[in-house]
Design a protein around this ligand. Sequence first.
Ligand SMILES: Nc1nc2c(ncn2[C@@H]2O[C@H](COP(=O)(O)OP(=O)(O)OP(=O)(O)O)[C@@H](O)[C@H]2O)c(=O)[nH]1
Length: 429
Amino acid sequence: MFDGLKEKLGRFSKDVEEDVDEEAVEEAEAEPTDAEAPQAAAADAGPQEEAAAESTADAEPGTDTKPAAATAESEGGTETATEEQAGEPVAESGPGAESVPAEAESVEASTSVEPDAESAAQADEESAEDADEDDDRGLAEKAKLFATGKTVIDEDDLQKHLDDLELALLQSDVEMGVAQEILDGVEQNLTGQTRRRLSSTGNLVRDALREALYDVISVGQFDFEERIAQADKPVVIIFTGVNGVGKTTSIAKLSHYLDQCGYSSVLANGDTYRAGANEQLQKHAENLDRKFISHEQGSDPTAVIYDAVEYAEANGVDVVLGDTAGRLHTNEGLMDQLEKIDRVIGPDMTLFVDEAVAGQDAVNRAREFDEAAEIDGSILTKADADPQGGAAISIAYVTGKPILFLGTGQDYPDLERFDPEAIVDQLLA
Ligand SMILES: Nc1nc2c(ncn2[C@@H]2O[C@H](COP(=O)(O)OP(=O)(O)OP(=O)(O)O)[C@@H](O)[C@H]2O)c(=O)[nH]1
């Protein structure tokens, strides 16, 4: 699922990471030696070995020695530092740094000025040699930069990578406005000081991308099961969308899903337009052992749904799942039918169904269906066959309504709750 997009995002992360690494090494060479600041402070309190042992114990794995304040900032990635915080002591590493006077450390772009540089510069030469390990230097620098939330990459370099990312997103069928939103988010997360909401992976670029992707795909999310649980029964859910995208199958899958959650359901065929529609949904109802409500072809869809609601009320059924004709959204007759269902039945939810593989077309249809008959969320089918992921990333942002489920196969259990955080993690795995 979404393997093509996954690969492109991975390439972007890797390319930017490499540039960030280079920056970090350059900085390390211009700044005082690693671990000097904490060691210098500790040296006042006791013997050197003790101080070294303490600072090592404080350090996070792979981040080299850092004062507790800076370490705490990076933990969980909950909040990036303020300007003042950025000025707090942060351990550095780098050859020859012990000879750099504090005044010479005026640094540009991505670096932060260290007020404790003076004490760092006074640190013991032996300790400096201990800390002068090239191995972890890039990692330590990245961790430090991440902790301070300062700019970590040259803007021109970043722009080049963002252009590549834009192309990759558009090639993956991400809607243009959504792609721009992601680019803005990544740029802001990498160069600005933003409040992070997801737990940090400890990887600077991937975290910036995660946040930006999460922001666009999590739009409007609500707890579907909670809404079902809290609504008066029967809950009426109406399905809209064009023909052949997996709408009927999705109704059957949702009936199965609801059953797993402990809710009974009745299937109603409001697609009285298309020959064969009754038989198609009836087949699913039989497979699942559900009550099926239908009228003859050409009759009023509202009357079908109405009958299903009456049946559910009389028989204590929790949810009515109503199909509608899948003609094009431009068809006035269809829109009139949906409007009448809205007016007479007042459904609890209207779900738009389309296929992930339709990419931009699915995004455009979602927008147009929502404008014609307001939707509460979407189901994206055939995600299992979609390498691009453009629709999955774009639909929520474009409609302002969440993707609630992904269809991931042809069998009834192949319906998964759309979990934005899990999807983003999967994309950046
Ligand atoms: N791979 C895969 N196939 C799916 C998925 N959902 C539906 N399909 C298949 O897509 C085809 C069309 O599904 P239908 O449910 O008949 O489509 P529909 O939108 O109801 O079409 P109409 O009944 O013509 O409106 C069927 O062969 C389904 O098995 C999915 O999530 N993954």
